[in-house]
Write a protein that binds this ligand. Structure first.
Ligand SMILES: C[S@@+](CC[C@H](N)C(=O)[O-])C[C@H]1O[C@@H](n2cnc3c(N)ncnc32)[C@H](O)[C@@H]1O
Length: 237
């Protein structure tokens, strides 16, 4: 098979935070598959890489159902995995882009389960959102013998509490619809003074909060919101 599938992490948002390898591949693709969170809305991942694409590259935007049940989502994963394999079988250079890093909390992993790891697949890592947030806020993630836990804010309270108790540094992703519950947990564990939240990191709409206790409400938070906690780091107040 002369076709190839390149799965590329495109970083957290800023176009110049993609890797040189991804930029070189993007310039010579026949077709690129770009995810869109909402039907009819431009793909953020596509807007990040637009400047690197050749005008000849065909763009396929597909909609991953985020709120549907598992069965409906699986239909989409099956369909996109099948489409990618068919494109490669035609001998095309196919790109699949995903925000941040493709191997972390990414829909790509559901496609990987279907496609396997054939010789015609190359996965290019990307800068994950929490690495970008740590850099933007100058908050370290872990040092020496410290431990780091990366966990979705959608996890049950008991799981979140274990992470808060057992680790020095904790990254809480997908916090936008669970903010009040998470803030309460942080307060109960006296961690508010060690926590910050960043939304839309590295995008023009980026916002950072060092005083989560003072934030009026989590309502209307961007989907792209992440909390970093470092018990051994004093945040500037
Ligand atoms: C489906 S996960 C994608 C994670 C991605 N693969 C990564 O490596 O960062 C979506 C979550 O990532 C986090 N996220 C992604 N981009 C972000 C950004 N620019 N700023 C803040 N958080 C972000 C948020 O917690 C969001 O709810």
């Amino acid at each position: 098979m002369s076709g190839k599938l390149y799965v590329m992490g495109v970083g957290p948002g800023a176009s110049d935070l993609i890797t040189v390898r991804a930029a070189c591949i993007l310039a010579r693709l026949d077709v690129i598959y770009a995810p869109s969170g909402k039907k009819g809305v431009q793909s953020l991942a596509h807007s990040i890489v637009e400047e690197y694409l050749s005008p000849e590259t065909e763009v396929c935007t597909y909609h991953f159902l985020m709120k549907s049940d598992r069965g409906e989502k699986e239909v989409v994963w099956d369909r996109v995995a099948q489409a990618l394999q068919e494109e490669v079988a035609k001998g095309r250079k196919v790109g699949f882009i995903t925000l941040g890093d493709p191997m972390l909390f990414s829909t790509w992993v559901f496609l990987l389960e279907r496609i396997g790891n054939p010789l015609w697949l190359e996965i290019v890592p990307g800068i994950t959102s929490f690495a970008a947030i740590a850099a933007r806020s100058a908050m370290p993630l872990a040092m020496e013998n410290q431990t780091l836990s990366v966990i979705a804010g959608t996890a049950p309270d008991a799981v979140l509490e274990q992470a808060l108790l057992n680790h020095d540094c904790i990254v809480l992703m997908k916090v936008y619809s669970n903010f009040e519950r998470i803030r309460e947990l942080l307060q109960r564990h006296h961690l508010l003074q060690h926590a910050l939240m960043m939304a839309d990191a590295t995008l023009p709409t980026e916002q950072c909060w060092n005083h989560l206790g003072a934030l009026e409400s989590g309502q209307g938070l961007s989907y792209f919101s992440t909390i970093l906690i470092n018990k051994n780091w004093q945040l500037p107040r």
